[in-house]
Design a protein around this ligand. Sequence first.
Ligand SMILES: Nc1ncnc2c1ncn2[C@@H]1O[C@H](COP(=O)(O)OP(=O)(O)O)[C@@H](O)[C@H]1O
Ligand SMILES: [Mg+2]
Length: 378
Amino acid sequence: MMEKKEHRSVLLVDDETDIREVLAISLRDMGYEVLEAENGEKALALFREKAPLIVLTDIKMPGMDGIEILKRIKHENPYAQVIMITGHGDTDIAVKSLKYEAIDFITKPISNDSLEIALARANEKILTQELLCRYTENLENLVREKISLQDHLSSLGGMIGSISHSIKGLLTRLDGGLYLVESAVKKEDKARLSEGLDILKLTIDRIKKMIFDILYSSKERKLQIAPIPTLKFAEDVADIAEQKALPHGIRMIREFGRAPDRFMADAEDIRSALINILDNAVDACTEDLSKKNHEINFIIREDAGHIIFEIRDNGIGMDRETLEKIFNLFFSSKQSKGTGFGLFISKTIIRSHGGEINVRSAKGKGTVIHVRLPKDIT
Ligand SMILES: Nc1ncnc2c1ncn2[C@@H]1O[C@H](COP(=O)(O)OP(=O)(O)O)[C@@H](O)[C@H]1O
Ligand SMILES: [Mg+2]
């Protein structure tokens, strides 16, 4: 407590210079910094400027009296402690001042003892308030932590449920593949053997992708923001997606004419985000048996300090119900061919760059995915 007192300042308000001087000396001797005011206006101005937590004020003064000062100070900062100085016979006013939450009152002539006792009370009250504040803050932090822990646990629960479900599906496929291989070996049936091996290979690929996606979505990477030359980056991304599209006769149309020269982002992250979206566009086209010619437009342009990536496909499209769920972790309409990770990861990445992703789609017609990133984040 002593340590604290030394740093504390006291605002001393009295219209009588002599009393102020004597009191100021005593207060400085006790280790306080003293701010002096000879009337209410000055006192309030000093209180606002220096924010002392202890105020010592005479009750009877011309102009604004001590009770008024007390009321205004308590109104401005309820934590400030006001000690009233009263003359003989002012008991009524002194008691009234307690009603307005003065911490104590001392009577003139002021003895050092009564001054010290009043100051000790004020200091103790301030300390208790500070402790209470800190406890409340800690408590609030604890409650916040608990809530976020609960959120994590419940999403973890959901995640484990979904993963188990996917793994069960994949195991069934592995069993099926293995059965084919075993019976093919017994019967020396080459066609059956290669059928079984194909199933095993495909399933193993899915497992690999799933594990990779789980790892990607669970690690908290720090963004590696650097300037990215747009054209080269875009051509690379389009090349990767095209490898998947070409065997199905899907045309990939690149429209990079209005792209900015460069933009700031984590190249690896944004590449993954875009490839997930382009992969989905390819899937949507291959699943669509109603049309002959399929194409994907990959458009990049600049708009008001943002870089826009637009991926349009004329594949199967989506109904409203599907559209509402596509960003949910594990939502997939592709059965064992999908993991439901792609768009969840894309959205996480885009958000972490301060960007946004929007989708328009019509069942049977196609889908437009719109990604908007600030061009120059640091
Ligand atoms: N371009 C698209 N056209 C039609 N449906 C789409 C498209 N992109 C995403 N979807 C839907 O959103 C779902 C979730 O996509 P995603 O998170 O990438 O998971 P996955 O591709 O593993 O199914 C897909 O299963 C599909 O139903
Ligand atoms: Mg996908």
